[in-house]
Design a protein around this ligand. Structure first.
Ligand code: UD2
Length: 302
């Protein structure tokens, strides 16, 4: 993407900051971020930083005014946190996103929306294609399902150029571990600290882990595609068990940390693996980083 006026919401966070760094050389990029989980130091100098919450309509208006392309990455991203705080999840993931779509409509800006595989819930079969039943098992999944539908609606009703990207499990450098963070960052921190690696449940649950560079690739393709008004899975088409993730991390870090099993997580999805044929054919998306290579690069970041 070149020569565009771009807004990245959540641009100080894990996914948003990688995207901002990829865009900033060839475009005018603004970042809107409340710095609740993101950090200012993630935002490159060349980007214009606006500190503000996407729930604040004044901040949102200021951020959107004058842009022609929006990557909407700001969200409450944790499934567990959404179960603890469903109204906060709804306010951020649904209400603020709807306000953003409305402003994008006013300003005729394209929106690339971070949607999620969490909307599928427990799939009947894997791999999961975009037409699979949607039975989300968490407020987070319900919220992402809702905005994914609004995106399509905004295209059909108002002709807004919208693309929804249904991320599977994203990982990579810059994903900071915490109680609400992605499993790979949690396991890596535990392994490096020599603390027990906490597998929730028996570890037989599977996930399709997609490396951050490929998420950036998908977003850049969505920013210019003609295939607007659609939603695409973004994963690798491969999956691994959580137990295997713990073991790979044990090996790659050379830690003495043991793998322990703790209570399974409520609302947890058993199996998840993307069918990415739609993204391949319509966007030209092709994952480039294997799970092991991605893990190595993530480890180097620590
Ligand atoms: C991730 C994303 C979510 C959404 C979804 C799409 C994060 C934080 N969440 O939710 O935003 O896009 O993927 O599919 O990235 N686990 C352990 N031990 C731990 C932590 C987690 O065993 O210490 C397990 C957990 O029970 C689950 C799996 O690892 O089975 C993945 O958990 P997660 O929180 O990384 O991600 P997920 O799939 O709930």
């Amino acid at each position: 993407i070149t020569g565009k006026q771009i807004l990245v919401t959540g641009g100080a966070g894990f996914i948003g900051s990688h995207l901002t760094r990829a865009l900033v050389d060839e475009n005018d990029v603004r970042v809107l971020d409340a710095l609740t989980t993101g950090s200012r130091s993630n935002v490159p100098e060349e980007a214009t930083f606006i500190e503000g919450d996407i729930r604040d309509e004044t901040a949102l208006e200021r951020a959107i005014d004058g842009v022609d392309l929006i990557f909407h990455e700001a969200a409450l991203v944790s499934v567990t946190r959404s179960i603890d705080e469903p109204t906060t999840s709804h306010a951020i993931n649904v209400n603020a996103t709807l306000a953003l779509l409305e402003k994008a409509r006013d300003h005729d800006a394209r929106v690339v929306l971070a949607s999620s595989a969490a909307m599928y819930g427990h799939p009947e079969t894997v791999p999961i294609d975009e037409t699979a039943p949607k039975r989300p098992t968490s407020p987070y999944g319900i919220d992402k399902h809702t905005v994914d539908q609004y995106a399509r609606q905004y295209h059909e009703q108002y002709g807004l150029e919208v693309v929804a990207l249904r991320y599977f499990n994203v990982f990579g450098p810059g994903q900071v571990a915490g109680p609400y963070s992605g499993v790979i960052s949690v396991f890596l921190e535990q392994a490096l600290a020599g603390e027990p690696i906490t597998v929730e449940g028996d570890g037989s649950q599977t996930r399709d882990f997609v490396y951050i560079d490929d998420i950036v690739q998908a977003n850049c393709l969505a920013g210019t595609t003609d295939a607007v008004g659609r939603a695409f899975n973004v994963g690798t088409g491969e999956s691994v068990t959580i137990r295997a993730v713990a073991e790979r991390i044990q090996e790659q870090t050379g830690t003495d940390a043991e793998i322990v099993h703790v209570d399974p997580r409520s609302g947890d999805i058993e199996h998840s693996r993307a069918d990415i044929s739609a993204a391949r054919s319509a966007l030209g998306f092709e994952p480039t980083v294997s799970f092991d290579a991605g893990l190595e690069q993530t480890l180097e970041w620590y």
